[in-house]
Design a protein around this ligand. Structure first.
Ligand code: ADP
Ligand code: MG
Length: 348
């Protein structure tokens, strides 16, 4: 997985910018009726008949957000799409289109960009979205990918960070901390590989956490499930920077406080065992690890019967008034203030 798989190397200059764009985008098909014109003109044309439009952008920079020594380009393309869709779903919206802009140095052959676009196409098919445009330019060294995602939501269904009320329940989808522990394993194997390139990494027993790092999913299914259950969250956010900092965003935007229960935080057994192996506290990992792309939301108490038996959801706390502050209630039943030690892109 660490070795360079690009045996064939076609110089990007051989195609020229327009040839490259045509080559990379020729397989994209239009799936959404709201896409009137996709790639190929000066601008895409979209037509939405009702509701509101949500727009979100994320940029991924080589050396800051990803390391190509263990991130296959196909996975990177997939992840670049998924992290943006996650923000659309966090508004309780449906994702419909994306644009993809890349800055790439001549270090990358055509075959590398084909891999990247294969991942983008896989994500676009799976999430049923159209790639309707982008931009292609050169960079001096690394690779930069910027994705803009567009979605739609009926005006009464949009969910903001600001709607939570005291006594609402705090709920999270899936489990937390796996992507961070997957990264720890990949970083460790990279160091081993540097010392002895013949030493092939043994990643058995880490498959779930590595997949969570390299191939995260956006929780489109949770948005559909909430709709089926007729539960509209009072507030929602996706977990990109770590549970702690996302809880603080919900509290601050909603002007409330909250108690988070340590013993309720959902952890996969592989996260627990890998934390033991690395001698890291699993709660710290769940609170601050990030890149989980799970949905964190609040619901009013009357919605509890609709979500309580569902294995996709875990109630991890409840909201209080602003004066109560934001606390973690530990297993030892002590109350400690929540801190946002989340991974901060600007400090990296
Ligand atoms: P312009 O010069 O008018 O900006 P471009 O030649 O950059 O047009 O782009 C031509 C078409 O290809 C446009 O529809 C644009 O959105 C699309 N496009 C350019 N780069 C990419 C890319 N990396 N991925 C997807 N679509 C792209
Ligand atoms: Mg352009």
């Amino acid at each position: 997985m660490i070795e360079d798989k690009n045996q064939n190397k076609t110089d990007l200059a051989a195609l020229g910018e327009f040839g490259l764009i045509d080559h990379l985008t020729k397989n994209f098909t239009i799936k959404q009726t709201s896409t009137i014109k996709g790639i190929g003109d000066d601008a895409a044309v979209l037509e939405f008949n009702k509701g509101q439009i949500v727009v979100t952008t994320d940029m991924l920079v080589e050396g800051v957000h990803f390391d190509l020594s263990y991130m296959p380009l196909k996975h990177l393309g997939y992840k670049a799409i998924v992290v943006n869709l996650s923000d659309v779903y966090a508004m309780n919206a449906q994702a419909t289109q994306v644009t993809v802009s890349i800055a790439v140095s001549n270090r990358f052959p055509l075959e590398a960009l084909e891999e990247l676009y294969a991942g983008i196409e896989t994500a676009a098919s799976l999430y049923n979205i159209d790639v309707v445009g982008g931009d292609t330019t050169s960079s001096t060294t690394g690779l930069i990918i910027s994705v803009t995602a567009i979605g739609t939501v009926d005006s009464e269904n949009a969910v903001y960070r600001s709607g939570a009320k005291p006594n609402d329940l705090l709920v999270v989808s899936g489990d937390l901390g796996a992507a961070y522990m997957g990264l720890q394993v990949l970083e460790r194997e990279k160091e081993v590989f540097k010392v002895n390139p013949n030493n092939q990494p043994d990643l058995d027993g880490y498959t779930y956490i590595i997949e969570r790092q390299l191939k995260p999913e956006a929780r489109k299914d949770i948005i559909e499930l909430l709709k089926d259950l007729e539960v509209k969250p009072t507030s929602m956010i996706d977990i990109s920077d770590g549970l702690s900092s996302e809880i603080m965003h919900l509290c601050k935007h909603s002007n409330i406080g909250c108690d988070l229960y340590e013993d309720k935080i959902p952890l996969d057994p592989q996260v627990i065992s890998t934390c033991e192996e690395f001698n890291i506290d699993s709660t710290t990992v769940a609170l601050n690890g990030g890149e989980d792309y799970e949905l964190l939301f609040t619901v009013s108490q009357e919605d509890f019967p609709n979500i309580k038996a569902n294995p996709n959801f875990t109630v991890i706390g409840f909201m209080k008034d602003e004066a109560s502050g934001m606390h973690l209630i530990t297993r030892a039943e002590t109350s400690i203030p929540l801190k946002a030690q989340g991974w901060n892109a600007l400090n990296n």
